[in-house]
Structure formats: structure tokens, C-alpha cells
Write a protein that binds this ligand. Structure first.
Ligand SMILES: Cc1cc2nc3c(=O)[nH]c(=O)nc-3n(C[C@H](O)[C@H](O)[C@H](O)COP(=O)(O)OP(=O)(O)OC[C@H]3O[C@@H](n4cnc5c(N)ncnc54)[C@H](O)[C@@H]3O)c2cc1C
Length: 458
């Protein structure tokens, strides 16, 4: 009998699961209330990285002086930038929709909620329908967290979703939150020439990251004139009219410090989209934060219902969501009866799209020291490679962590140009249990930044 598989949410987790399950023979219905591609395409990964790419080109154009070119004044064309972002989003949405339809996935437009252990109700513009399923996947993602002390207005007090680009382009911006999203927004707006202040609740940006990595980023921010307000927690954000008649946003902090800017953006994490799903009707448990606990197969408290992506409370990354979706489809369709690789969150590569870029994977140095594990750490600065000199950018380094007894690569960090691409080599080594000698003995390209990877593996 054909498996009737219902997926709620068309983001990376949902659409990857839909595509794989359909190819493996399931009868798939994917329910989406907004846009196929999910928040990842509409609000998060795609538009933020498109803005960052344009901002990066702008800041690069200011550094071409050392490359035998004459400096020219580059200006942002907000209308062209908006069209570029909308164009890329539209392309991604259409591509994903076409692919799913060509694979036989039925797309149901509307908001879904459970009305029984094997039944969902979909309410959409076309009316209401009920769909019965043998298995379901909850992949409804998350949305920006909005604290009770602030009311975003989409104009000057912004969430990350209001920034692609904002209605008025910021002269100055206060970014509240210094995690991955916060530092990417600092980079984005300062690249476009805004005066940026970052409210950092601890003493280091990117709390939890390798301090050496965070220090390189802080140096870059300070060089660009970004103000770091360390050890401060925002407690209020309000709009005021300044004496000169200009609109301002005032961010007040718990230690009495106050920042004035033309705009402020909140980047203080996200909350899962689970409250409207009536998960209790299907007997699916949620935790105190609203996330859906899952086992290593993404199975919830109900054996026929899976959860994947941000709602699962694991790593909130598009890449992880997609891989969870793929694993769900494989398990559902019986592929896990054969030998297969389990999803290992500790081996997920991640990147921060700042300048310089930051990427890491696997075991971190600080983590190894904290657990008392013996490791070998090798570090090579990009300045040691000819390509960095050719690029006129020798910032950053490659760090590789390996097992001193076996030489197996356990993890690594890269700070520098193209770090998000270069980390793939270390990610592959970590996933496939390769040794440092495997990297050293690979015949890599010259001149290339990847030569630093080989040297750090020596
Ligand atoms: C600013 C920002 C930048 C980011 N950049 C990156 C990046 O560069 N790389 C990276 O890997 N990750 C990035 N992320 C994280 C990434 O966006 C998320 O991890 C990813 O979107 C999670 O995918 P998902 O499938 O769980 O959900 P989503 O992409 O959130 O999709 C969920 C979908 O479910 C739909 N939905 C919700 N409820 C219902 C319902 N009741 N009925 C029907 N449909 C419903 C929603 O409309 C949505 O389309 C970024 C996040 C932010 C905030």
C-alpha cells in the first residue's frame, strides 16, 4: 500500500523530505501557508546573504586601492538592490515549486493543524479540507523572538525580516544581539556605510565561539568604526523625535547606557512555530520552549509523526533542516533497514557571513580542553599563502584539530576569505574519519587559499 505522507511547512526541512519521499514512492502532500522554500528563502538565508554579497562588493570596492586600481566612489542603488533580492527569491521559489510538482508532490496552500492522530485540517483561500495520513512531518520552522519590552514597527524598529532592505536606508543602526545573526547584520549595514553600534550582552561577540575567532571579528568591527557596547542588555527600544526634527530610535540598556540611531534591529533568537498546530490533538509532546523533542531519527513522541528543522530545537540551520528532512524520508520509506549513516549534529559545518568569514566544524579547541580530551591543534595564517597576497587580503587563519594518536581530523575553524567554502574540506574529513595525512597528500591547486589547509594538516 502506498504511504500517505503529509508534511506541514515547505522550508528546507519540508521540501527536502517531500522531494525524497516522493522519489522513493510515497504519496506526498506538502502544506504551506506562505511561500514554498520557507522562511529560509523568504526571510533568512537567501535575502540576508544577497544583501551581504552586495554590501561585501561595496566594501571590497573601498579596498581596491592596494590592487593597482584607482579608488572610486560606489553608491548603493536601493531600488536595484531590492529587485535583485526579490529576483533571487522568486527564482528559488519557482525552481523549488516546479521540482516538487514534477516529482508528483501535491502542494496544499493554507494553514494546517492536527485534528486527530492521523488527520490534519488545512484552511486556505480555497476553503477548508481534511487530509488523512499514515505518517506526518512537522517542519513549520521558527520566527524572530520579540521581547515584551519592544514593539517592532517594520519602519525603524526592525526584526531581521524587515531588513531586505529596510523601507528607509539606515544612516545609523543599533544591532541588539551579538550571536551569528547579530554580527552578520553588523557586517551588512556597516558595509553599506551605516554607523553601527552592537549591543553585546557578554564580554565577547559570538558567545560560545572560539575566543581567537571572535577576536578577529571584533578587530575588524573596530577597524570599521563599529561601536561595541559590551556587558549591556537592552531593556527598551523607543522612537523619539530629536531636537533637529529627525526621527531617532533610542535603545536603553540595563546599565544605564543609551544608544541613539536612525534604526535598530533585534537579533535575539527565534521561537518555534508550534502553537497553532494543535499538536495535542495528535498526541505530540512539546517542551517548555514550544520545541518538539525528537529522537535520532527525528521521531516525536508519536512513532508515525516526525519533526525536522527549527521546530525540532536542534541546530537552527537550513543545511541541518534539509538533512533531517532527507533522513526522515529515507527512514519512512524503509531505506534505514540497510546500512546508513546517522545524522550527527556534532559534525555539522556552519558559517558566519561576516568579513572576514568564519566557519567551523566538529570538535572545537575549547570544548576539547573542557572535556580533558587530548588533541593536536595546528594553525596556519592565510598570510603564509601566496593567494592571500594576490587577493590583497591576508586576514585570518586555518586551524585543524586532530587526534594526536591516530591523526584523524576531529574539527577545525577557518577565519578569512571564502571560509564558508573552504570548510567543506575539513567537514568531509570529519564526516569520513579522514586523517590529516589524507589532506596533506591531496594534490591541491596552487595558488589557492586551500594551500593553508594542507599546511595546517602537516
Ligand atoms: C537572518 C537569518 C539568516 C539565516 N541565514 C542562514 C544561513 O545563511 N545558512 C543556514 O544554514 N541557516 C540560516 N538561517 C537559519 C535558517 O533560516 C533556518 O534554520 C531554516 O529556515 C529552518 O528551516 P525549516 O524548514 O525548519 O523552516 P522554515 O524555513 O522556517 O520554513 C517553515 C515553513 O513552514 C510554514 N508554516 C509554519 N506554520 C505552518 C502551518 N501551520 N501551516 C502551513 N505552513 C506553515 C511557514 O510558512 C514556512 O514557510 C538564518 C536564519 C536567520 C533568522
Amino acid at each position: 500500500m502506498t504511504t500517505r505522507f503529509v508534511i506541514i511547512g515547505g522550508g528546507p526541512a519540508g521540501n527536502t523530505a517531500a522531494s525524497y519521499a516522493a522519489r522513493l514512492g510515497a504519496k506526498v502532500t506538502m502544506i504551506e501557508r506562505d511561500v514554498v522554500g520557507g522562511a529560509a528563502h523568504l526571510w533568512d538565508c537567501i535575502p540576508s546573504k544577497t544583501m551581504i554579497a552586495t554590501g561585501g562588493a561595496m566594501s571590497f570596492s573601498k579596498r581596491i586601492g592596494g590592487m593597482g586600481l584607482e579608488q572610486s566612489d560606489t553608491q548603493v542603488d536601493v531600488q536595484a538592490l531590492t529587485s535583485r533580492i526579490e529576483g533571487i527569491k522568486g527564482h528559488m521559489r519557482d525552481d523549488t515549486t516546479e521540482l516538487l510538482e514534477s516529482q508528483g508532490v501535491r502542494l496544499a496552500r493554507g494553514s494546517a493543524r492536527f485534528v486527530g492522530s492521523h488527520r490534519v485540517q488545512v484552511v486556505g483561500a480555497g476553503g477548508t479540507e481534511e487530509i488523512e495520513f499514515d505518517a506526518a512531518l512537522v517542519a513549520t520552522g521558527s520566527r524572530p523572538r520579540i521581547p515584551e519590552w519592544c514593539t517592532p514597527d517594520g519602519d525603524r524598529i526592525l526584526t531581521t525580516r524587515d531588513c531586505y532592505p529596510p523601507k528607509t536606508f539606515p544612516e545609523s543602526m543599533t544591532v541588539v544581539g551579538s550571536g551569528v545573526t547579530g554580527v552578520e547584520f553588523v557586517h551588512m549595514f556597516s558595509s553599506f556605510g551605516a554607523k553601527v553600534t552592537l549591543v553585546v550582552s557578554r564580554q565577547q561577540v559570538l558567545p560560545g565561539k572560539d575566543p581567537e575567532v571572535a577576536a578577529v571579528l571584533e578587530d575588524d568591527f573596530l577597524t570599521r568604526g563599529v561601536k561595541l557596547l559590551k556587558g549591556a542588555r537592552a531593556t527598551a527600544i523607543e522612537r523619539v523625535l530629536a531636537d533637529d526634527g529627525s526621527e531617532q530610535v533610542v535603545v536603553s540598556c540595563d546599565d544605564g547606557r543609551v544608544v541613539r540611531s536612525s534604526h535598530a534591529v533585534l537579533a535575539i533568537g527565534s521561537v518555534p512555530n508550534t502553537e497553532e498546530l494543535d499538536l495535542a490533538a495528535a498526541g505530540v509532546e512539546v517542551d517548555a520552549g514550544g520545541y518538539i523533542p525528537i529522537d535520532h531519527n527525528c521521531v516525536t513522541s508519536q512513532p508515525h509523526i516526525y519533526a525536522a528543522g527549527d521546530v525540532s530545537g536542534k541546530l537552527p540551520l537550513s543545511s541541518v533542516a534539509s538533512m533531517q528532512g532527507r533522513k526522515v524520508a529515507e527512514r519512512l520509506m524503509g531505506l534505514h533497514a540497510r546500512e546508513h549513516r546517522h545524522l550527527d549534529y556534532d559534525k555539522a559545518a556552519s558559517a558566519i557571513f561576516t568579513e572576514p568569514e568564519i566557519a567551523d566544524v566538529g570538535l572545537a579547541e575549547a570544548e576539547a580542553f573542557a572535556s580533558g580530551r587530548k588533541i593536536r591543534v595546528t594553525k596556519v595564517p592565510f598570510s603564509a599563502t601566496p593567494k592571500a597576497l594576490i587577493n590583497n587580503d591576508s586576514r585570518g587563519f586555518v586551524k585543524i584539530i586532530s587526534d594526536p594518536a591516530t591523526g584523524v581530523v576531529l574539527g577545525g575553524s577557518i577565519v578569512g576569505r571564502h571560509a564558508a567554502e573552504l570548510i567543506s574540506v575539513i567537514a568531509l574529513a570529519v564526516t569520513a574519519n579522514l586523517k590529516v595525512t589524507d589532506i596533506v597528500e591531496s594534490l591541491l591547486v596552487h595558488p589557492a587559499l586551500s594551500e593553508a589547509l594542507a599546511e595546517a594538516s602537516e
